[in-house]
Every structure is written in C-alpha cells, then in structure tokens.
Design a protein around this ligand. Structure first.
Ligand code: C2E
Ligand code: MG
Ligand code: MG
Length: 555
C-alpha cells in the first residue's frame, strides 16, 4: 500500500484520517491526524481504539457510533478527540464502513472545530454574561434565581434577593464621562464580588443596577449583615483617572419564602423595595414586606443594639411645646423620642421606630415612653408645675395590642397622675385598618379618661364622618398642609374645611409644623385652637421645656 499513489493522497490529505480494521485496531493514520492529535502512525498502529485514550472521554457515544455503523454503515457527529498531551479537542468526525473482498475497514475522518466552539462559547458568554463586568446578566440571573428557589425549597432554607442601585450614577457619568463610569463599574464589581459566597449570584442587569441572590440563609437578619458588609466596603473611595469618587448605594430586598415563592416576583419585589429606598432619599435600604404593604427602612447598626437601648438608658424624650392661639402660651407638649446612640449620635425616631416595629422591639420602646411620661407628669405635679397635657405617639403595633390599656392604667395608678393630663396620638391609618377593633380599643382607652388625638390628619384616606364615629378629642392637621398654605390656595381651603368640620364635631384642632409668622397668622385667623412648630419652638430637652414653661407662665 505504501507505494501506492492513493496512499500518497491519504497520507498528505489536509483532513485527519484514521483507518481501523473490523476489530477497531488501527491500521493507518495520516499526517493531518498526527498534527491534530500528536500521535504518529507508528505509535498507534495495531492498537485498539478502545485501549487508547483517543475516544476515551466519550465512550458512551462511541458505542452508539458502532451501532449506527453496523446498521447504516455511516456515522457523523461531534466528538472529543484525545490528544497525546492529554487535552481533548472538539472535532467533527465521520465514520465510514468500507468492505472489499470480505475485508472490513472503518475510515475515520476528523475536522478540528475548536475555533468554531470557541466562537459558540463566546456567543454563549455574551448571552449570559455582561461584557463590561463579566458578571452574569439578567438572562443567567433569571436561571440562577429559579434554581436557587427550587433548591432552597427542598433544603428548607431561605433565599435573599438584593436589588442594588448606585446612587447618582447618572450624574457621575454625565459629569465625568462614560469611560470613567465604565471603569468605576468594573472597580465597584471587583470590590463587591469578593464579599459573597460561591453559591450566591451577583449579576449586573443594566446600567448601574445589580442583583445579588443569596442562597441558603437561615435568618432574615443575615441579609442585613450582607447589606452592611457591602455598605462598609464602600466607605473607602474609588480612584478612577485621578478622580476620587465616593459611592453610596440604595438597596431593595426581598426574601423567599417570606415574601413570595415565585422567583421572578422575588426580583420584582426587591426592585419595588429599591424604588421606595430611593424615595427615602437614597443611601439606604428597604426590605419588601408585601403582607403589611409597607416597606421599612432598616439599619443594621441600629438593629444590633435596639433591644438593649432602653436598658442602657439610651432613649431620651424631647418635648415640643403646644401653644394656644388664644393666649399665645404653652398649654402642653408632645413627647418625642430620640435615641442617643453611642456611635451614631442622636438618632431620629423616623429612623428607628420603623425598625423597632419590624423586629418586635416596639412594645418595649413604647412602654418606655409611657412610663417616662407618667413619671415626668408625677414629678411636675409634686413640684407644683401644672403641666396639664403631654401627648405620646402610639405605634400601630402598640395600638392593636389590647394590653396597652392595662399598661397605661397601671402606670397612671403607680405614679398617681391625672389621666386627663395624658394624651395618646393615633394616626388615621391605624384606626381605619380595622374599624371595629379600633372602636373597641378606643372606647376602652376613653374609659380610663385619657385624651385621644388623631395625628397627621389629612394625609390618610379617612373621611371626617368616619372619624366622627370614634371618640377623639383632638385633631392634629398634618405639617404637609401647613407647609403649602402660603402658596397653595387649595391647601388653605382644605385646612379651613377641616377646622370647621372638626369644630362641628366638637374636636379641638392643632396645627403641626408652623414655621413662619404668615402661617401662624393664617391659622389663627381660621380659628385653629393650638399649634406646634419651629416658629415657637423646636422639640426641647425636659429641662429646657420646663424652663420655658415656667418662664411662659410668668408672662
Ligand atoms: P409626629 O408625631 O407627626 O411628630 C411631629 C414631628 O414633626 C416631630 O418630628 C417634630 O420634631 C416635627 N416638627 C414639629 N414642628 C416642626 C416644624 O415646624 N417644622 C418641621 N420641619 N418639623 C417639625 P420627630 O420628633 O422627628 O418625630 C417624627 C415622628 O416620629 C413623629 O411624627 C412620630 O410619628 C414618631 N415618633 C416620635 N416619637 C415617638 C414615640 O415615642 N413613639 C412612636 N411610636 N413614634 C414616635
Ligand atoms: Mg405626633
Ligand atoms: Mg404629626
């Protein structure tokens, strides 16, 4: 055969060719085959295909090949061909059955398709990964979150989804240029990615939007730990093209199974929570809470201490004077809590009350306020300081707890105070949520002779006629109406109407947040009874308030 012209053609063919006999022992192979696999003809001659690593990695497929060959005399398809140096290459292979004069041969040809495979892989990469950061894109994220939820269901663990958005990224892009923005996104990705576990998926799904899927959580708080870790890692600035850039992020979070067991909803809930986080003024994070339809502003640093804050004497009450329009004198005050946090300073109730409500600390916080106010009223009355009205804000969660009345009653008795000096501020939304139950609780509170006011009136949905069925004493017009009153004729009309209707129902009216003389004069003219606001005084410490009261009464 070796002198044959056909042999020359075979040996020099550009196509890799291998010939095996009926027992699959190699008879011959050509140069192209050697180039492709590293095996020269002499090395493999006489060896059985199955004894070599040549087709080893796909033996299951190889069996099919021989079956097909026997049945159809022909097989073609993709195969991995083992190379002498150990790695395999993808080839397009054809097996041909040849028979002449009782001799059976198989002709195997192989075409290197590794280039094509690489192209396919990079197309696959583009389909599933973000080219700028190398992170999974939305496509792959959808897959991963589906798998994560399904696995978590089986393993009875939780999946947390964080929707992250870089604050003011558009501004950075607009002011410092897109190339810088791109590098910043890459640096951001690099810094953040190392914070997560391998089982987590961190994806970029557009512009400055990222999603993290945390698999295998046991407690919801773990998500707060992760959020905190991300925020901490952003405390250091980024340096891009000689620019020092500080980044903050807004985060929305949702949890399987708490919020939903639908993987896609899990992402969209986190996105919805993110929108709320942005509304809160960015650099913050919100956990989605579909059950109560509220999103709650959280802070892990606060959460870790809130349980001990009362015990550690970290809460303080401030008192904001309520002033009578008629006498221009202080007639009482609203008690407003603050938290003197050891590292964060004076923390606003707007920040930690929602946290206390979500994580079950509100009862303790609320009880601390009630106790403190009752104690203070008793202190004043013993010293002849006749402050006859202090109001306390009540959280919806406290309000729906039937034991609230007993707690207040116990404190009134303990400190021996006049119950009518105590006022509870409730909000429209909390009483309207379950009108029947509210009526029952409100009646029981009225039965111990304390005063009830409707706080933040005007921003809810309730009508005055509905409110008229509840025995409120006082109505507090929300600050947002007062803010508008100078410029917005409509606000002025609404306030006028509220005051008139409230008066008809026998309620006293207080305007909240009076900041200017004009507002003061307008409300006075509308026969509003009392007001609170910076125009007269900000919330004061107890000593400041007491001094102001004594001074005020002397005039
Ligand atoms: P709120 O009951 O509507 O209290 C009035 C808020 O408006 C207070 O904010 C007060 O400082 C502020 N304010 C008063 N006058 C003015 C003004 O002229 N201009 C402006 N811009 N603001 C004014 P603060 O103390 O931050 O309290 C915020 C909210 O936190 C309260 O709103 C109340 O809902 C809640 N809160 C405060 N203390 C407690 C508490 O002990 N328990 C509960 N559950 N909630 C509380
Ligand atoms: Mg209030
Ligand atoms: Mg208010």
């Amino acid at each position: 055969m070796e002198n044959n012209i056909f042999y020359e053609a075979f040996i020099n063919s550009q196509e890799a060719i291998l010939i095996v006999d009926k027992d699959k022992n190699v008879i011959a192979s050509n140069r192209a085959f050697e180039k492709l696999t590293g095996y020269n003809c002499k090395e493999i001659e006489g060896k059985n295909l199955f004894d070599m690593e040549l087709l080893g990695s796909v033996t299951y497929k190889v069996k099919n090949i021989w079956n097909d060959l026997e049945e159809q005399g022909y097989w073609q398809g993709e195969l991995f061909l083992g190379k002498k140096l150990g790695v395999s290459i993808p080839v397009w292979a054809q097996f041909q059955y040849v028979e002449k004069d009782g001799t059976i041969l198989y002709l195997v040809t192989a075409l290197d398709i590794s280039q094509q495979k690489m192209m396919e892989n990079s197309i696959d990469f583009l389909k599933n990964y973000d080219a700028l950061t190398g992170l999974p894109n939305r496509n792959l994220l959808n897959d991963r979150v589906k798998v994560a939820v399904a696995t978590a269901k089986r393993m009875k663990v939780k999946v947390g989804v964080l929707y992250l958005d870089i604050d003011n990224f558009k501004m950075i892009n607009d002011n410092l240029g897109v190339p810088l923005g791109d590098v910043l996104l890459q640096k951001f990705t690099k810094r953040i990615s190392i914070l997560f576990r391998e089982t987590d998926t961190f994806a970029r799904i557009g512009g400055d939007d990222f999603v993290l899927v945390c698999f295998g959580m046991n407690y919801n708080n773990e998500l707060l730990v992760i959020i905190n870790r991300i925020r901490e890692s952003l405390e250091k600035p980024f340096y891009v093209f000689n620019n020092k850039i500080n980044l903050t992020i807004s985060v929305g979070a949702s949890i399987f199974p708490d919020d939903t067991d639908d993987p896609y909803k899990l992402i969209s809930y986190a996105e919805a929570a993110l929108e709320t986080a942005k509304d809160y003024g960015r650099n913050t994070y919100i956990l989605y809470r579909p059950k109560e339809h509220v999103e709650i502003k959280d802070d892990y640093t606060l959460l870790s201490r809130i349980g001990d804050a009362a015990k550690n004497n970290e809460f303080i009450l401030y008192y904001q004077p309520k002033v009578s329009f008629e006498s221009d004198k202080i007639v009482g005050a609203e008690a407003l809590i603050r938290w003197q946090h050891p590292t964060m300073g004076l923390v606003s109730p707007m920040r930690f009350i929602p946290l206390a409500e979500t994580y079950g600390y509100i009862k303790e916080v609320g009880e601390w306020v009630i106790d403190k106010v009752c104690q203070q009223l008793s202190y004043w009355s013993k010293r002849g300081i006749n402050i006859e009205n202090i109001s306390i804000n009540i959280s919806p969660i406290q309000f729906s707890d039937k034991r609230l009345k007993d707690y207040i009653e116990d404190k009134i008795n303990l400190y021996n105070i006049n119950p009518s000096h105590l006022e509870l501020e409730l909000t429209e939304s909390m009483v309207m949520r379950n009108f029947e139950l509210s009526l029952e609780i409100i009646n029981s509170l009225k039965a111990i002779n304390i005063l009830l006011s409707l706080d933040d009136f005007g921003i809810g949905y309730s009508s005055l006629s509905c409110i008229s069925k509840l025995p409120f004493d006082i109505l507090k017009i929300d600050r947002t109406f007062i803010m508008d009153i100078e410029k917005n004729l409509q606000s002025k009309k609404i306030i006028n109407m509220i005051i008139n209707l409230a008066k008809t129902l026998g309620l006293k009216v207080i305007a909240e947040g009076i900041e200017t003389e004009i507002q003061y004069n307008m409300l006075k003219e509308m026969s509003c009874d009392e007001f609170q606001g910076y125009y007269f005084s900000k919330p004061l410490t107890v000593e400041e308030f007491q001094a102001k009261w004594i001074n005020n009464k002397k005039i």
